[in-house]
Write a protein that binds this ligand. Structure first.
Ligand code: URA
Length: 243
């Protein structure tokens, strides 16, 4: 059965009818890999592959893995130069990473074929928390908490949304995730965690640069309600069910 593209996207929860019209106008929607030009275009949901910003919408039989991403892997389906995170999950048609971690960043990464879930988790409008553990080059200043909660200018058109910043102390449970080579930094003010609700390019690194510091190690500990299990080793993946 055929239906209009904008109705399909609205029914799939991507946005209201007028929101999906503007998403289509921004050329963010593809039908079988070809950019969709008009909201009224007729599609066949069972046969056509509809994607928003590259994420497939409306797949049946969705599957999601939580991967403990090691450093050295890129978050892409294919790459000419580096190993990709797709090599670390069972082969399955249509899987893709939900957002990106930098090549040198470790931690929780979702890999899925569920475009709607990916969109829900990534949209800044949904305010999904992402918590990162970082080791800094210099001890953190207490003022970072106020600076980050006000939003920081990282050189984009708009400042970041507010972030929640904490300097780890000896009792912080986040220290359980700290690699051995950085354990000596615990208690020096250089081990911190930051929770943000966006996923801009190099966002955490740029936020610390904006306050005069530098990230030397970065790991994502949680994404929405999902927390990286301490028992999940680097490079291992488990099936999960993000709500
Ligand atoms: N922020 C960064 O700077 N890098 C990441 O990989 C994730 C968030």
């Amino acid at each position: 059965m055929q239906m209009r593209l904008d109705k399909f996207l609205a029914d799939a929860g991507i946005g209201t009818r007028s929101e999906v019209k503007s998403i289509i106008k921004r050329k963010s929607v593809t039908i079988n890999g070809i950019c969709a030009a008009k909201p009224e275009t007729k599609i066949t949901p069972d046969a056509d592959e509809i994607a928003v910003n590259g994420s497939i919408v409306g797949m049946r039989g969705s599957v999601t893995y939580m991967l403990h991403k090691p450093a050295g892997y890129v978050c892409a389906v294919k790459d000419e130069c580096f190993p990709t995170v797709m090599e670390l999950v069972p082969q399955h048609r249509d899987l893709f990473p939900v957002g990106r971690l930098d090549k040198d960043t470790e931690g929780l990464l979702l890999i899925t074929n569920d475009g709607m879930m990916a969109h829900r988790m990534l949209s800044p409008r949904n305010h999904v928390d992402k918590t990162y553990l970082a080791v800094l080059e210099h001890p953190a200043e207490k003022e970072y908490a106020d600076l980050f909660s006000a939003g920081v200018d990282i050189g984009d058109e708009t400042p970041t949304l507010p972030g929640r910043f904490v300097i780890c102390d000896d009792n912080s449970r986040e220290l359980a995730y700290l690699p051995e080579e950085y354990c000596a930094c615990a208690g020096s003010g250089r081990v911190v965690h930051l929770t943000i609700q966006e996923g801009r390019y190099h966002q955490v690194k740029r936020m610390f640069q904006a306050v005069g510091n530098e990230v030397i190690y970065l790991k994502r500990l949680s994404f929405g309600a999902l927390v990286l299990p301490i028992s999940l080793k680097k490079g291992e993946a488990v099936l999960c069910n993000p709500q």
